[in-house]
Write a protein that binds this ligand. Structure first.
Ligand code: ZN
Length: 133
């Protein structure tokens, strides 16, 4: 199946936006019953992860702790001034793979797919590739 992309406009400097519904829609439209769905983002200051989507405080705590682990200012050399965003991006990662079974994403009850913005607000892209089999 062809790679499908969609855009996302982030509104904050650091934020996590749930994209599960968009990915589900793409999987549904693909007609693929069994396979693997890859979600990839073509950015160096953002990431994609899977985590709890029931309690919004989980996302809040996630962002809060990441800021402690990688402070925004810490004597970095990168002239653009956003080294912290680059670091967080690689720590969390640029892609996720989710199993498709019976035409549906195999996600746990509390799991949601999140686009993680670390240097927004910006216009971002998300790519979804579905492989049958
Ligand atoms: Zn940079």
């Amino acid at each position: 199946m062809k790679t499908v992309g969609f855009e996302i406009k982030t509104s904050g400097h650091t934020q996590m936006t749930e994209i599960t519904a968009e990915v589900r829609r793409i999987v549904g439209e693909s007609g693929v019953k069994d396979g693997i769905c890859t979600v990839f983002i073509p950015h160096t200051t953002a990431a994609v992860t899977i985590n709890e989507n029931a309690d919004p405080d989980v996302v809040r705590d996630f962002i809060m702790e990441l800021k402690k682990i990688v402070p925004w200012e810490d004597g970095y050399h990168h002239a653009e001034g956003n080294s912290a965003a680059h670091l967080k991006s690689s720590m969390i990662g640029f892609s996720q793979q989710i199993i498709i079974e019976d035409g549906r994403l195999v996600l746990g009850t509390w799991q949601g797919i999140y686009f993680c913005e670390f240097d927004g607000p910006r216009h971002r892209k998300v790519y979804v590739k579905i492989k049958e089999g």
